[in-house]
Design a protein around this ligand. Structure first.
Ligand code: MG
Length: 215
C-alpha cells in the first residue's frame, strides 16, 4: 500500500473505533456552518486530552486557542468536580461559539474565555497570579515559543504541557522550509526536548504532538 493510502486507511480505522458522540458532532457542524477553519483535533486525540487531564488530576486547565470548543470539551471532560478550564481565543465570535458548544455539552459552567491576543491574556493571567496544572497549546504557530515561556511561568509543579501541530505536516523536518512558523516551531520543539525543567517527548502522531511535565 502506498504510504498516503496506508495513512488514510489507518485514520479511517481509528475513527471507526472512536466515533464522535453527539456533542462533538454538533461542534463540527457548528464550525462548518460558521465557516470557521475545520481544523479540530481528531476524536481519538480528544480522548487523549480527556485521559491526560483526568490522569494528571488537573484542577486548572489553560487552553491557548479555543476555535469552536472541540478540544475544550475534551479537556473539560477530564476535569474532576471542581476543575476549571480557562480558554484563550483571539476571535470573539469563535469564543462565543465555543462557549455555546460547551454549554450544550453541559460544561458551560466550567469554562471562562479570554478574548484577544493570547500574549496579552497570558501577561494578564501572570499579573493576577494565575496558576495552572495543565496547558494545551493549539494556536498561531509563531507564538508557540512565547506560549511555552508563559506555561513555564504559570505552571504549578508537576503541570503538564501538551501542544498540537508540532510537526507542521512534516515541514519542521524539511531543511528547505524556513518560514517564520517553521522556525518558531523548531525552536519550540528544541526547547520542549531539552529544557532541563521538563520531562518531555514529541510524538509523530497526527500532526505532531508534544507532551511534557514540569518537574
Ligand atoms: Mg491544531
Amino acid at each position: 500500500m502506498e504510504e498516503q493510502q496506508r495513512a488514510e486507511a489507518e485514520a479511517h480505522y481509528l475513527a471507526s473505533l472512536f466515533p464522535e458522540d453527539e456533542q462533538l458532532l454538533r461542534v463540527k457542524q457548528g464550525i462548518r456552518e460558521a465557516g470557521m477553519p475545520e481544523i479540530s483535533i481528531a476524536p481519538a486525540y480528544g480522548q487523549l486530552l480527556t485521559l491526560l487531564v483526568r490522569s494528571s488530576g488537573a484542577e486548572a486547565v489553560l487552553e491557548i486557542g479555543a476555535l469552536g470548543g472541540y478540544s475544550g470539551i475534551c479537556l473539560a471532560r477530564g476535569l474532576g468536580e471542581t476543575g476549571t478550564l480557562t480558554s484563550l481565543e483571539l476571535e470573539a465570535e469563535y469564543a462565543a461559539l465555543a462557549h455555546k458548544h460547551l454549554q450544550e455539552a453541559g460544561l458551560g459552567g466550567r469554562v471562562s474565555y479570554r478574548i484577544g491576543d493570547a500574549a496579552d491574556s497570558l501577561a494578564q493571567l501572570e499579573q493576577e497570579g494565575g496558576r495552572f496544572d495543565f496547558f494545551f497549546i493549539d494556536a498561531d504557530k509563531q507564538g508557540y515559543p512565547l506560549y511555552l515561556d508563559y506555561a513555564l511561568r504559570l505552571a504549578r509543579p508537576g503541570a503538564m504541557i501538551v501542544a498540537d501541530n508540532t510537526w507542521l505536516r512534516g515541514r519542521v523536518a524539511d531543511p528547505a522550509k524556513q518560514g517564520p512558523s517553521v522556525q518558531a516551531m523548531r525552536r519550540f520543539n528544541e526547547r520542549m526536548a531539552s529544557d532541563p525543567r521538563l520531562i518531555s517527548t514529541l510524538l509523530p502522531a497526527y500532526d505532531g504532538l508534544a507532551v511534557a511535565v514540569v518537574k
